[in-house]
Design a protein. Sequence first.
Length: 189
Amino acid sequence: MEMGIDIGAIELVVNSNVPPSIASYRQRVGRAGRRDQPIAVGLTICKERPLDRRAFDDPARYLDSLLRPPRVRLDTPAIARRHANAFLLSAFLKSRADDALHARIGQFFGFEMPPEATAPWLDFLHWCDATEARLADHGKALAAVLSGTPVRPDRSLFESARDELTRIAEERQAEWLALTAAGGGRGRR
């Protein structure tokens, strides 16, 4: 239920306990009443737990508690590499003249393509192989993305992005094969 997925006209949200933060509470109860419903209800069941008890004893204090601003640890190399990977994939997709930027995941991994066509994810691997050219084209922007992190824009980023996408592609391939085998072979390439 994350990332802005529209789950329809919800009029009632029931929490089986008091969420640990006011941000979580607001996010959960805020799902009700999004489609111009005349009424929306949020119900929270309090149990015999310390947080639940405090919220039950003084609901105004809980509801008026301050939101803590989110923090992102830029000094975490894994987070910085994920941002670099996203940047590189975005740069690759923007460089293509075809409609890969708007492709569905199955199309990107080649599950819905003729056998003679090359899947866009394989083209990304080749794109990453031209590291020096990519660094010349995108090094400055990549350095800006990685500013304040311990990760530097160098050849290892392209190798890391390549390895990560290969791992993801192999996982999707295994899922696709399992799904098509379970469906009697429908949907195969």
